[in-house]
Design a protein around this ligand. Structure first.
Ligand code: WTA
Length: 574
């Protein structure tokens, strides 16, 4: 997917926070970053304190923390206001008997209330589980059940997707913007907030206590709950300095939704730990709105994703000229391979280098990156962050020399590394089966200059528009459709979205393939699971390739799709 080029794009900015990468790589220690936190001297730890209250205590309370806009609202909040509002929400949760270690979920579109709830829950030591607003009932239920969530903050529209009868542990449904009668277990966010005090005793926690739980997909089984702890703030602060290159006057915009890890770590924690103003835009992607957002807020640092850049490229060069984007200083991308072509295009139309970087939900923070003070090789993810040792290893854990493709591995641990797969220690251990390595599941190689080049996934996980989708979750939903006997799901390469979801389906007796049936099955997954998880392509087959133990062989489906040899079929059923 990534083309290696010999070209080098030179450094374009001076005065970057990280002046000399090689020097920092040789000398930096994570303990250096610890000294920046108040707990280094006070011993009192809480992520939300460092990200919000600290700025108020140190005289920066009047600075803007959040610039929010969507189709109907345009609001701005200072750090002092965020402190007071998150305090209120912390008190709301406490008054409901919620405290340290309890799981509180947040399921709503981007809004200021989302951020005050998030920070408020963290202040009382609760573990926050954010859910992407596009999730439908089955996806919502699986995650809330697995985490045994005790409360959820949501909206009247989205609450319809929360099956209370199947969620006995979920005691409180806190509704933002409710009108009229409240139902079973329901409470009004606005009413509770109005009654709550804005003074709060923060819950001081251990650095290893739970902070947030991000559900993500693997190739087998249901989504797994990736637990991050307060200690991650060390990495969030330092990568904000050196990768995002954040400075005090920056206006920073991360386009990711907080339902995904980029939207929490780099949409909220990292900029706020650095005391920087964050732009949050609600609503769907639209090239005009996006450029307008940069122009209106004079955004200086912009963090987005390859599919978005490809869509902006598709929207044309002339559109760029309609807007004043001269405020931009630093542009970044994450989540999927960033084509060299897009980097070249960015240089042409924005006059900026797009800095690719690599990490995963499990890693809790950026690990490999292009830095403003380093030459970029378009198509490469860059080099390991100081304090991180990355390598390419074979299936026994031996390091491979340059240009050999293998498993992208990181020497464990690092500050923001996940600390648990919720209630599933076996799954957690799988990542660390080749000690001392964390095995990412990505394949890559390293070149002679130490740049890393992404090659693909080693498992069946699908990355569509930067969103990670597990084939098992989609297949499980598909076979619930009355016409579907068997289903196998793969990622099919796509020039715009990186991959699209394609399903191979064997129908039950009495059903015939048709366009209507395809639409019906697609709708079924959209309504039952999530729009982004619905297959864009469906192909009917009389039979699907299976192992003798009955497992669908996605590898063979992929080979069919790509017209490649099917490889070893000795385990196939007949
Ligand atoms: C992929 C998102 C190529 C990769 C932060 C990884 C990338 C998965 C890049 C994690 C990149 C992420 N180039 N591929 N720069 N960044 N990926 O958990 O396959 O949603 O394993 O975390 O996205 O996706 P996740």
């Amino acid at each position: 997917m990534v083309e290696e080029t010999k070209e080098l794009i030179p450094v374009m900015t001076s005065g970057n926070n990280l002046q000399n990468y090689e020097e920092a790589y040789a000398s930096f220690k994570w303990e250096d970053a610890e000294k920046e936190f108040t707990w280094y001297t006070t011993g009192k730890v809480n992520m939300a304190y460092e990200a919000i209250d600290r700025h108020v205590d140190e005289g920066r309370g009047d600075k803007t923390a959040l610039l929010f806009s969507d189709a109907t609202r345009e609001e701005s909040y200072t750090f002092a206001q965020m402190k007071a509002l998150s305090n209120k929400f912390g008190n709301v949760l406490r008054s409901l008997g919620i405290g340290k270690g309890d799981r509180v979920f947040i399921f709503m579109p981007r809004s200021p209330e989302l951020y005050m709830s998030y920070a408020g829950a963290v202040k009382i030591g609760a573990i926050v589980g954010p859910l992407f607003e596009a999730f439908m009932e089955a996806a919502v239920k699986d995650r809330l059940q697995d985490a045994e969530a005790v409360a959820i903050v949501t909206t009247p529209k989205l609450k319809e997707r929360i099956p209370l009868a199947e969620l006995p542990a979920l005691k409180h449904v806190i509704l933002v913007g409710s009108e009229g009668e409240l139902g079973e277990r329901e409470l009004s966010f606005e009413k509770l907030m109005a009654e709550a005090s804005d003074q709060l005793e923060i819950e001081w926690v251990d650095r290893e206590d739970g902070l947030q739980l991000h559900y993500t997909s693997g190739s087998t089984g249901k989504p797994k709950g990736v637990l991050h702890v307060h200690n991650a703030m060390i990495q969030h602060l330092q990568t904000g300095k050196w990768v995002l290159d954040l400075k005090q006057d920056d206006v920073y915009w991360c386009t990711a939704d907080p339902g995904w890890v980029t939207g929490t770590v780099y949409g909220m924690w990292s900029p706020w730990l650095n005391g920087v103003t964050t732009v949050i835009r609600g609503g769907r992607f639209s090239p005009d709105d996006w450029y307008q957002t940069i122009e209106k807020y004079r955004v200086t640092v912009w963090y987005s994703a390859p599919t978005a850049f490809r869509m902006l490229m598709g929207a044309g060069d002339d559109l760029v000229k309609k807007y004043d984007l001269s405020s931009l200083r630093h542009v970044l991308s994450v989540g999927e391979p960033l084509n060299a072509e897009v980097v070249r295009w960015g240089l042409k139309v924005y006059g900026k280098r797009i800095h690719d970087n690599w990490w995963m939900t499990e890693t809790g923070g950026q690990l490999i990156s292009n830095y403003p003070s380093m030459e970029i090789k378009p198509g490469s993810m860059g080099k390991p962050f100081p304090g991180i040792y990355a390598a390419i290893v074979d299936d026994q854990g031996n390091e491979l020399p340059p240009y050999r493709m293998g498993n992208l591995a990181i020497r464990a641990p690092w500050p923001s590394m996940m600390r648990q797969i919720w209630k599933n220690p076996a799954k957690y251990e799988e990542y660390f089966r080749l000690k001392p390595w964390y095995i990412s599941g990505d394949s890559a190689y390293k070149d002679e200059d130490g740049y890393f080049w992404f090659q693909g996934r080693v498992d069946d996980v699908i990355n569509t528009s930067g969103e990670r989708v597990g084939p098992f979750e989609v297949e499980s939903k598909l076979v619930e459709h009355p016409a579907v006997a068997e289903a196998g799901v793969i990622g099919k390469p796509d020039p715009l979205r990186g991959e699209i979801i394609k399903a191979f389906i064997a129908l039950r007796d009495g059903y015939q393939p048709s366009e209507e049936l395809i639409k019906d099955i697609q709708e079924f997954v959209k309504k039952g699971l999530a729009a982004h998880a619905a297959p864009r392509e469906i192909e009917f087959r009389d039979k699907l390739p299976k192992t003798r133990s009955g497992k669908i062989m996605r590898r063979v489906l992929k080979a069919w799709e790509l017209g490649l040899p099917t490889g070893d079929l000795s385990t196939m059923e007949d």
